[in-house]
Design a protein around this ligand. Sequence first.
Ligand SMILES: CC(=O)SCCNC(=O)CCNC(=O)[C@H](O)C(C)(C)COP(=O)(O)OP(=O)(O)OC[C@H]1O[C@@H](n2cnc3c(N)ncnc32)[C@H](O)[C@@H]1OP(=O)(O)O
Length: 207
Amino acid sequence: MVIKMKSQKERMLAGELYVAQDEELGRENKRAKRLTRLFNQSTEEQQEERQRLLNAMFKQFGAGGYVEPPFHTDYGTNTVIGKNFYANYDAIFVDCGPITIGDNVFMGPRVGLYTAGHPIDAGIRAEQLEYGKGITIGDDVWFGGNVVVNPGVTIGSNVVIGSGSIVTHDIPDNVVAVGNPCRVLRPITQQDHDEWAKQKAAYYADR
Ligand SMILES: CC(=O)SCCNC(=O)CCNC(=O)[C@H](O)C(C)(C)COP(=O)(O)OP(=O)(O)OC[C@H]1O[C@@H](n2cnc3c(N)ncnc32)[C@H](O)[C@@H]1OP(=O)(O)O
């Protein structure tokens, strides 16, 4: 009987300890570095080229999406992004674990999705063993600037995460959440809808 050893990539995506100094992972990391370098060096006149690079970079990049350079990611191939995505400058997606982002997600500048973790034990950490835990984000989420999302976190749908938040635990649907550690500030209600519908009506009446 032949017992197939799991690859470091398989271990990584399964959330198990793995070693990143590996041929397959090195190749995929190099590919991401090349694509992000080309993307980050592109100009505002090269929108078609930017879209091509974004489509090549991620496992899936939904229609109508845009990323403002500079952008950085470890692999890109472990990240699935829904429709109408927007990330402002300096987003960093460390996708050692899978990153899944729904539709209509907006990110302010300097948002970090960090799936990677290293052992708390210093001796084992120095042996280069590490792990990734996936991050999942629902539909209709707006992140303020400088938000950090930690490994293993799930954020629901129809959520606003305030600027500067460090999201260490799951966040449910239909809330504004803020702070370090990020906690639910309040629900998003019909009153929010009515207030913003009033402002929208005033905008269109004024054009
Ligand atoms: C796609 C892009 O490029 S976006 C551009 C970047 N923009 C940003 O980063 C702005 C993000 N906006 C925010 O963080 C806003 O504060 C929002 C949307 C979370 C505000 O939500 P609101 O429900 O209107 O909250 P409001 O401003 O009334 O504040 C309520 C309380 O929460 C606190 N609070 C609001 N935002 C934050 C925050 N980011 N971190 C910590 N506390 C906060 C307020 O201080 C206030 O506390 P208090 O009651 O003790 O005074």
